[in-house]
Design a protein around this ligand. Structure first.
Ligand code: APR
Length: 309
C-alpha cells in the first residue's frame, strides 16, 4: 500500500492530486487544506474521474490532518502564489508563516514520511520545513528542478523539432532567475545541444527557461503556473517511490558538494523511499560551477532572511 498526501489544495495541489491519481502511482491520495468543503469536493471530483480510466485509487480530502496518517510522502503546496511583477522571494514572509503552521501539524501525523516542498520561494521554504520538522534532512526535498527542466526540454524540443522524449537536459541551482540550465550537458537524440542549435538560440532558450514562471504569471494575470508544476511533482514522486536509478534534479541539503554547504539547492539526486540517497556530483565546467555557487549564495542570503522574521 502506498499513500501520498498533499497539503494545500489550490491550483498546484489539486492539479498534482489529479495527475497522481490518473497516473495510478499510489493506492491512496489525501488532500488537506484550511478550506474543508471545497477540498472534500475537489478530492471527490478527482476520485470520480478514476472510474473513467478504471483506476483503483482512493482520493479523500478535507481540513482534518488525520487524513494524512500513514503517508509515504507529504507534498506541501500551501502558500500564496506570486502576482505579476512580484518575484518568488516577495512572498517569503507570508509563506514562511503558512509553512510553520503546516509542518507543525504534519509532523504529528506522519513522523516518518518524506516531505516534498513546493511552496515558494522554494529553496528557502524547503530549508524552513527541514528546520521546523526536525526530520533527517535527507527526507526533506524541494521540487523545482523537474519543473525548470521540463520547461528547458520543451523549449529545446520546439526549436530542434525533436520529441522531448529524445532530449536529455537538466537545470540546477535555486528556483529563481539565477537557476543554471546546463547546455553542455544537454543532448538531442544523443547529439550535444551545441551541434543541433546555434549559440544564439541556446541562449534565448536558457533565458526563457529562467523566466518561465514569470512568463506564465504575466499571462495568467492572477496566480502562477500549475499544470507543468503538477507534472513535475509527479516526476519526483515517481522517482521516490520506484527507487529510480536516474538522477533527478531536486532541492537537496548540501554538505560540501559543488563547494556548497548548509543550504538546500537544486542538484541531481538519486531518490528512493527514504528521500535523497545520493547527491550526484557532475563534472561541471568552471563557469557552470561559478554560476551554481552564485545561485547558492543568493539562496543562502534569502534563507538567512528567515531568521529575521
Ligand atoms: N494550511 C493549509 N492550507 C493552506 C494554508 C494553511 N495554513 N494557508 C493557505 N492554504 C491553502 C489555501 O487555502 C489554498 O487552497 O493553500 C492553497 C494555495 O493555493 P493557491 O492559492 O491556488 O496557490 P497555488 O497556485 O496552488 O500555489 C501554491 O505553490 O508553486 C507554488 O508559488 C506557488 O507558493 C505557491 C504554492
Amino acid at each position: 500500500m502506498s499513500k501520498i498526501s498533499i497539503i494545500g489544495a489550490g491550483f498546484v495541489g489539486a492539479t498534482a492530486a489529479y495527475v497522481l491519481a490518473m497516473k495510478d502511482l499510489v493506492d491512496e491520495v489525501a488532500l488537506v487544506d484550511i478550506l474543508a468543503k471545497p477540498t472534500e469536493g475537489k478530492a471527490l471530483d478527482i476520485y470520480e474521474a478514476t472510474g473513467v480510466f478504471g483506476l483503483d485509487v482512493k482520493v479523500k480530502g478535507g481540513d482534518d490532518y488525520a487524513l494524512i496518517d500513514g503517508s509515504d510522502v507529504v507534498v506541501i503546496t500551501a502558500g500564496v502564489p506570486r502576482k505579476a511583477g512580484q518575484s518568488r522571494d516577495d512572498v517569503l514572509a507570508i509563506n514562511a508563516k503558512i509553512m510553520k503552521d503546516v509542518v507543525a501539524k504534519v509532523k504529528k501525523h506522519t513522523p516518518d514520511a518524506v516531505l516534498l516542498i513546493v511552496s515558494n520561494p522554494l529553496d528557502a521554504m524547503t530549508y524552513l520545513a527541514a528546520k521546523e520538522s526536525g526530520y533527517d534532512k535527507k527526507k526533506v526535498i524541494g521540487m523545482a528542478g523537474t519543473l525548470d527542466t521540463t520547461r528547458y526540454k520543451t523549449f529545446i524540443s520546439e526549436k530542434a523539432s525533436v520529441s522531448p522524449r529524445k532530449i536529455d537536459a537538466m537545470v540546477l541551482g535555486g528556483h529563481g532567475d539565477l537557476m543554471v540550465p546546463l547546455s553542455r550537458h544537454a543532448f538531442v537524440e544523443g547529439k550535444p545541444l551545441s551541434k543541433v542549435l546555434d549559440a544564439e538560440t541556446i541562449t534565448a532558450i536558457e533565458e526563457r527557461t529562467k523566466h518561465g514562471g514569470a512568463e506564465i504569471v504575466k499571462l495568467l494575470g492572477n496566480g502562477s503556473a500549475y499544470f507543468a508544476v503538477g507534472g513535475a511533482i509527479y516526476e519526483v514522486l515517481h522517482a521516490l517511490l520506484t527507487d529510480s536509478d536516474k538522477p533527478v534534479p531536486v532541492s537537496a541539503w548540501l554538505t560540501g558538494q559543488y563547494g556548497l554547504q548548509d543550504i538546500f539547492l537544486g542538484v541531481p539526486c538519486l531518490l528512493g523511499k527514504d528521500g535523497v540517497e545520493k547527491v550526484v556530483e557532475l563534472e561541471l565546467a568552471d563557469d557552470e560551477l561559478a554560476a551554481l555557487q552564485h545561485s547558492g549564495k543568493s539562496v543562502k542570503e534569502l534563507t538567512q532572511e528567515l531568521e529575521k522574521l
